[in-house]
Design a protein around this ligand. Structure first.
Ligand code: GLN
Length: 467
């Protein structure tokens, strides 16, 4: 039985209440010593729980009645601040909520806190948070991954049964891999991003972090579908499928290169062997352009960041530099004080690749290669239903290892950014590891909008791995 199912069953049986579930999650969040939670939402959460308990007394039980969760602190929420783990938004209180939060609340879920992230979701270790690093759920000397590090740790440590994250280039999948939980990045445009602080609008996605694929399916069904406030969302929504179909699965050749830690590659091989035993056809397949995805990503994404973050200018939101004498000084000093180094690095790179003298050489070239990558994926999916490979080239690394080497930090994203650039759905499913080993996930990628098929297969893969 999945975590969410268990809570709902207990609510139905009168063994627990929304208030009890909320109170105990709040206690766990407060007791957490891994800096996963930036702010606990107490008052509003308990008020909502009381309201849901009234409904339950009247026999109304929704899909998530009384189920507590946390949201990455780049989702606008009522009852708390929304900081994006930055100084510039340190005291920012939103007057409205993200659509994702609204949809979960409409089904009775209760947001009990905001989780830590790399500032503005720029990073893959949660070390770029203005509020300090989140510690890995399994080994406190190691990173949680990121940028949704707080969300992954909160689920891995059982503080909440699920969390919301965002994934622009791996930020749900990679921390899920590093902490041994399920992280699902849906197709671009499946889930509304209204009320989520924008990073790179052409790859930003919202998705769930859970302990099981079944919970990810349930949450995706609730979260997906048209939103009047986000014209980018496709209308079809999401319906889980249940199929015993034998699939064709391609191990991505380029993902199994020597630069990828053998411990990570071995888990992929083991899982595919088990899938083959169950009758799925496993072949090796090449996605040649994947090797260019990292430079493409680190051209296109900073370009979009430099544009999206222009609104934090010391005038409209958050921090404003004191005693500035000119408007240029307000802009310059507010941004200098309010952003961490990684934010600034990306804004500068973005402005550079978009500047008139370099636009053709960098930004436009990157977009052309991006099209080649999309074509490559389409080609691969002519021969297989799903692609499979590692999530990241390493296991969770030691805190500080890449702190002074941005390029090394970017290399961690080499296997998660290709599907992001192509808008494809992808999931990290925890592999089976011995009790004393670090967790690691296996990444499964599906064609665009084949989210339901992907989750159906991921459920099978998770099952064979842990049976
Ligand atoms: N680690 C990647 C980056 O730093 C992905 C971030 C994300 O998905 N938000 O850009």
């Amino acid at each position: 039985m999945s975590e969410i199912e268990r809570i709902i069953k207990n609510i139905e049986a009168g063994k627990t209440t929304a208030t009890l579930e909320t109170e105990s999650a709040i206690l766990r969040a407060k007791a957490d010593d891994s800096n996963a939670i930036l702010e606990v939402i107490e008052e509003r959460a308990l008020e909502r729980a009381a309201g849901i308990d009234k409904e339950i007394e009247q026999g109304i039980i929704r899909k998530l009645s009384g189920v507590p969760f946390v949201a990455k602190d780049n989702f606008l929420t009522l009852g708390s601040k929304t900081t994006a783990a930055s100084k510039i938004l340190e005291n920012f209180k939103s007057p409205l909520q993200a659509t994702a939060i609204e949809r979960l609340e409409a089904e009775g879920a209760i947001c009990i806190g905001k989780s830590n992230l790399d500032s503005f979701a720029h990073g893959g270790s949660t070390e770029n948070s203005y509020f300090g690093v989140t510690l890995n759920a399994k080994d406190k000397a190691r990173v949680a991954g990121g940028s949704s590090g707080g969300s992954a740790v909160a689920v891995a440590k059982g503080i909440v049964p699920f969390a919301l994250g965002t994934d622009t280039g791996g930020s749900i999948r990679q921390p899920a891999s590093f902490n041994g939980v399920v992280g699902f990045k849906p197709s671009y445009g499946l889930i509304s991003r209204f009320g989520v602080i924008a990073m790179a609008s052409s790859t930003d996605t919202v998705g769930p972090i859970t302990t099981s694929v079944a919970d990810a399916e349930l949450l995706t069904e609730i979260l997906a579908g048209q939103d009047k406030k986000d014209m980018n969302v496709m209308s079809d929504g999401f319906k889980p499928v249940e199929s015993g179909k034998k699939y064709r699965v391609g191990i991505i050749k380029e993902y199994m290169a020597d630069g990828v830690d053998k411990k990570v590659r071995d888990r992929v091989v083991e899982l595919t062997e088990k899938l083959a035993e169950k009758g799925h056809k496993v072949i090796e397949i090449s996605v040649p352009t994947a090797k260019y995805a990292l430079p493409v990503y680190y051209t296109v994404v900073p370009a979009e960041i430099s544009s999206n973050l222009a609104r934090y200018d010391g005038v409209r939101y958050g921090l404003r530099a004191k005693d500035a004498k000119t408007i240029a000084e307000v802009y310059g000093r507010s941004r200098d004080e309010g952003f961490v180094d990684e934010n600034k690095r990306r804004i500068l790179i973005g402005a550079f690749v978009l500047s008139s003298g370099f636009y053709d050489a960098y930004y436009q070239k990157a977009q052309k290669v991006r099209t080649l990558l999309i074509n490559d994926f389409n080609q691969a999916f002519n021969n297989v239903d799903f692609l499979i490979g590692p999530v990241a080239p390493t296991l969770a690394f030691k805190i500080g290892k890449n702190a002074h080497d941005p390029l090394q930090a970017y290399m961690e994203d080499i296997l998660t950014v290709p599907p992001s650039l192509a808008g494809l759905p992808a999931i990290s499913v925890p592999a089976k590891v011995a009790g004393d080993e670090l967790p690691v996930g296996v990444q499964i990628i599906a064609p665009y909008v084949k989210d339901a098929e992907l989750l159906n297969f991921a459920r099978v893969a998770h099952g064979v791995e842990h049976e």
